[in-house]
Design a protein around this ligand. Structure first.
Ligand code: XLS
Ligand code: NI
Ligand code: NI
Length: 439
């Protein structure tokens, strides 16, 4: 088999003083942080779609990057060349996991049967490579948004036939995820939303999505899938409004329809910010419900209002992300999937590696700094003390749901006018973070 990235060596850790662009400055896989190796804390994954398929095309122009890997686009030979390229890429970077949509793997056939046969063939090939290399599938998913038939969504489509076609695609995508021992299965509701309420029965659509997910869980469990199902919330784009708006909305939906035992959330940084939240916010919401499943590690651009999927470079955000992950006890079945792409003018093979080196180093730094924030202890201690007033007798009663408005009113009368609550000390806390980040 020919080497695809011939001029690229294996990427090694060389430390922060290294000037070698093809080396890690912070990601040192064997370094121990809080009792685990960096590699264990940071289960990085390659997204098949951005890394092996996307060429940088946008609505103003065609692609700039050549992802043919020496084969004719649209052929099974090309599908296999992508597998070869992907495994070589993961190997050179020391990445253990990958993620895919069904149609990232193969050119879609004329019929479901043809598409499915191609999926069987390519997953046989991928499976062999996995056995040889030890690489693993983090999660699989079905692309239910690109084909014109999904213009009104899949689970939320007004068309029964489209709904059933989506069901068939999901069934097959779960089959191949299980075949490749995937640890998760994702639902990103690409077009599960609406363009205008004037033509939309929102209640019907949301219930239909829930029914489809229930069937997916039943099917997955029936064929032995033990991993997690995930919803990946996003507020909009491509639709004007998407039903899985943000973490809180998705959790409410999962609980409403009894899906919360099988599902967790896959939080994407750029989706959280599109929803008007910080990345940390959606991670916290998920974690506090015990539903922080996996992460799509990327970042947006503050000045652009869409999902730009930049490789993460913001160490501040990565540190707060890893702070949430460490506090939540780590990612169990989940990982850090680089749902990220190079900028259109960064079109060379080297750029593919620079993107991942940037992202992996950013999260390595984030992990190092998050551990320091926790070990330093001042922030956690401050938060704890901030609520200390709830430790007295009446506070304990409130926390145990053992009181009522009558008793609280009597207490309030007894104490007279309350003192002002303690200072929030935001600036003090921000300066602690800065001193840890930049020491
Ligand atoms: C798009 C989503 C998508 C999901 C997988 O915005 O991030 O890439 O991660 O369908
Ligand atoms: Ni996205
Ligand atoms: Ni994503």
């Amino acid at each position: 088999m020919k080497e695809m990235f011939r001029h690229i060596p294996k990427i090694k850790y060389e430390g922060s003083s290294s000037k070698n662009p093809l080396a890690f400055k912070y990601y040192d896989p064997d370094r121990i942080i809080m009792g685990k190796t960096m590699k264990e804390h940071l289960p990085f994954a390659m997204a098949w779609w951005h890394n092996l398929s996307a060429t940088g095309s946008d609505m103003f122009g065609v692609g700039t990057a050549d992802k043919s890997f020496g084969a004719g686009i649209g052929t099974m030979e090309h599908a296999k060349a992508k597998v070869d390229a992907g495994f070589e890429f993961m190997d050179k970077l020391g990445i253990e996991y990958f993620c895919f949509h069904d149609v990232d793997l193969i050119p879609e056939g004329e019929t479901l049967a043809e598409t499915n046969a191609r999926l069987d063939e390519i997953t046989d090939y991928i499976k062999e490579k996995m056995v040889d290399t030890g690489k693993k599938l983090l999660w699989g998913t079905a692309n239910l948004f690109s084909n014109p038939r999904y213009m009104n969504g899949a689970g939320s489509s007004n068309s029964l036939d489209v709904y059933c076609h989506a069901a068939a695609q999901i069934k097959k995508a779960i089959d191949i995820t299980v075949k490749l021992k995937g640890k998760g299965y994702v639902f990103w509701g690409g077009r599960e939303g609406y363009e205008t309420l004037l033509n939309t029965d929102m209640k019907f659509e949301i219930e239909n999505i829930a029914r489809l997910m229930k069937m997916a869980v039943e099917y997955g469990r029936s064929i032995g899938f033990k991993g997690d199902f995930y919803i990946e919330p996003k507020p909009k784009e491509p639709m004007k409004h998407q039903y899985d708006f943000d973490a809180a909305t998705a959790i409410g939906f999962l609980k409403e329809y009894g899906l919360d035992k099988d599902f967790k959330l896959n939080i994407e940084a750029n989706h959280a910010t599109l929803a008007g939240h910080t990345f940390q916010h959606d991670l916290r919401i998920s974690a506090m419900h015990g539903m922080l499943g996996s992460i799509d590690a990327n970042q947006g651009d503050d000045l652009l209002g869409w999902d730009t999927d930049h490789f993460p470079s913001n160490v501040y955000d990565a540190a707060l992300c890893m702070y949430e992950v460490l506090k939540a006890g780590g990612l169990k079945n989940g990982g850090l999937n680089f749902d990220a792409k190079n900028r259109r003018p960064s079109y060379t093979m080297e750029d593919m590696f620079y993107g991942f080196i940037l992202g992996m180093d950013t999260f390595a730094l984030g992990l190092i700094k998050a551990a320091k924030i926790i070990e330093d202890g001042r922030m956690d201690q401050f938060v704890q003390e901030r609520y200390a007033s709830f430790h007295n007798e009446i506070g304990v009663k409130i926390r145990n749901n053992q009181t009522n408005l009558q008793e609280l009113s009597e207490y309030a009368e007894k104490i007279g006018t309350p003192e002002l609550p303690g200072s929030g000390r935001q600036e003090y806390l921000e300066s602690i973070i800065n001193s840890i980040l930049f020491d």
